[in-house]
Ligand binder design. Structure first.
Ligand SMILES: [Zn+2]
Length: 68
């Protein structure tokens, strides 16, 4: 199973979650503030500067999986 990286929309905490491929963020809960549905960060973008580019996009599709 791959490890997905999430950023909480409430407290902006970034954490990792082990999930099966294609899993949504519906059941992911922030370890800091217990907020649900954090923003998924694609590992391809998490090399260095993702924190400055991850927001203000609004291009999140209907939970489509990039792996299929
Ligand atoms: Zn949080």
């Amino acid at each position: 199973m791959p490890i997905y990286e999430y950023r909480c929309k409430q407290c902006h905490t970034i954490f990792e979650k082990l999930q099966s491929i294609g899993a949504s963020n519906e059941n992911v809960i922030c370890p800091e503030c217990n907020a649900t549905k954090p923003e998924k960060i694609l590992s391809a973008f998490s090399s260095s500067g993702f924190m400055s580019t991850a927001s203000s996009g609004g291009s999140c599709g209907p939970s489509g999986s990039p792996f299929t």
